[in-house]
Design a protein around this ligand. Sequence first.
Ligand code: L3W
Ligand code: SF4
Length: 425
Amino acid sequence: RDKIPHLPEIYADSNINLLLRRAKENRTVDIEEYETTGGYSALRKALNKFTPEDIIVLVEESTLRGRGGAGFPTGRKWRFVIQNPKPRYLICNADESEPGTFKDRIIIERDPHLLIEGMIISAYAIGAEKGFIYIRGEYPAGYMILENAINEAYERGYLGKNILGTDFSFDLYVYRGAGAYICGEETALIESLEGRRGHPRLKPPYPPQVGLFGRPTVVNNVETLSNIPIIVTYEQYFMHIGPAGYYGPKLFPVSGKVKKPGVYESTMDITLNELIDIAGGPIGKPKAVFSGALGVYHPDEFDTPMDYSPKGFGGTGTTIVLNEEDCIIDSLIVIANFFHHESCGKCTPCRVGTYEQFNILKKFQEGTATEKDLDLLIHLGKNIPIGSICGLGYSAPNAIMDAIRKFRDEFEAHINGKCPGGVCF
Ligand code: L3W
Ligand code: SF4
């Protein structure tokens, strides 16, 4: 335990105390504290009171959606997997690497048993006897914390053979990634877990049909799985938490120009403006919000609801606030560099296109760009997704295209040798 690296100071707060019930303080909750504060009672309840089908129905009714970015309905994914024969596998995607995203680590590092309990209940529901947590290599403390917590759970009979005296058995393993963002794409993750290079597979077939070692597999995000004990505990009352259709708690990692950056838990009926206020309010006059690497919001859109509706914020909830002293181009370069660096290279339009996006944006930063470069960025933005087979290629131009639509004046200004934020020249 004393070998665990120092945890970073990340502020966390909640007005509903569900996912962050124990995780607001920067320390790891051990199994004893977890149990004395109600931990593993949802697992007991699940095994004693519910059939696997009952739990799948509960999760369907809960309207829980995947918290890893795509927002796919969790119950529907589980329903797909049980249509295929055993053995089935459960994988937790803990490869959190999106720029500005640091929400899953809060659960892993501070309340690991919440995730483990969620995985055991989920495995019971989908009929999996083996599960894997794929954690990014850059989270060494999280890896060690999970290993410790899993050992604790085995010692208390929550993992292994005949869990809590039932005929349900489940083994859980932790696997460390080696620093590639693409391994957070579920099929690349599976390839990596199988011992191969982390290249995405063409979908369909989706993992619930053909997944790990060719078997039906569910891949869910850390935050998604950590909702399961809460759903089992609250049952129908879960549908009183938050707005209709988007029930349940959500974690929002907020950074950039706010007074109190951190991870905030809330229901999804709040707006982007309200979230910024919860995070202490903006520093200076806000210019934009980057939703991770995936989109850019103009202040006119700060009344966007933080839910998964078509006009909602969606995604991982990542909120990076820029103010008048920041430069949209400069921030886009960080993102373009990220995608260029993290593209796995399998699809030429993604491999070459992300590099070209980066190069063209650099021209804007250096004051050598022309209108033609703007057209070229738009051309790339339309064509990279068409020639790509995974979420990285689909979304690599999103922030740039959003910015061209909403902040075209910033691009024009750079063409004319001016940087509105005073960052570039
Ligand atoms: C069975 C079908 N399953 C879809 C499943 C699919 C997957 C999930 C979502 O993520 C997002 C992107 C960014 N039968 C199914 C089915 N599924 N149809 O639903 O699938 P999909 O393809 O919509 O998305 P995806 O490729 O899993 C792409 C976000 O992820 N992203 C960034 C992620 C970053 C983090 C992080 O740092 N924590 O997660 C990058 O692309 O928002 O929308 O499970 O199998 N017919
Ligand atoms: Fe790799 Fe990009 Fe193709 Fe995805 S779209 S498989 S990251 S080259």
